[in-house]
Design a protein around this ligand. Sequence first.
Ligand SMILES: [Fe+2]
Length: 271
Amino acid sequence: MREGGFPSASRCLLYTATMIIAQISDTHIDLENPLGVDRIRNLKQCVDDINGLDPLPDVVVHTGDLTNTGKPAEYAEANRILSDLRPPLYVTAGNRDERTALRAAFPAYRYLLPESHFVQYRVDEFPVRLIILDTLTEDTNKGDFCAIRADSLSVALADDVSKPTAIFMHHPPFEVVESTYPIQFESQEAMARLSAVLNRHGHVVGAFCGHTHRDTAGRVGDVPVSSTPSVAVDLRLGDYPDAVRSVPLYQVHRYDAAQGFVSELRPAGLN
Ligand SMILES: [Fe+2]
């Protein structure tokens, strides 16, 4: 497999008319922070809420920053909680994650590709094809998308244009006007490189990100792109109703061919 490629994580072909994706992000599990206990509880609340949804989501995607410092013990704790999920879980690397430790913590998740530098892969078995991107830089907390990754994404997208495709990545490739740093990528060039690939493929129907810790959305050309609040309540940014001030939030993205994606920001544990 070439570096940065997109091997399929498919296990079987099973098509249904619709698809439901639960997205959680920025859990920042931290065993040394006094607030770490709360973050563990926040993640557990989301897992329990997802498991209680009817219908059950087809998949859960974590869009990065599973842990706060990338320590193996943090991943072990995250894995302990996430292993209770009923739907299959696909994880994305965030700037707080450490690729080697991430892979080591989830040895059953062969899609994490121990033989590859980048944590990026595709999931082909659902009505919406999922492509998980690695937008990490080596040195900063901002995003990057080098030519190797852009070429790999182009190949993966061109490989099957018959299915709608959703992209999951940590850093949002649009200007987040509410942020203290509206451009979330290290360079405009990197963001433009990613945007150009997405815009060349009309079967990309949505892109979903984390990193901003807030509920925000934008577009890349014709592609709607959103970023979800951090599951870690103490790190969440933005204004929310008092009723959910201490409640973790996650997204449920429902897809059907007629409407595309309709997304719901869901408070975990509130009915
Ligand atoms: Fe984060």
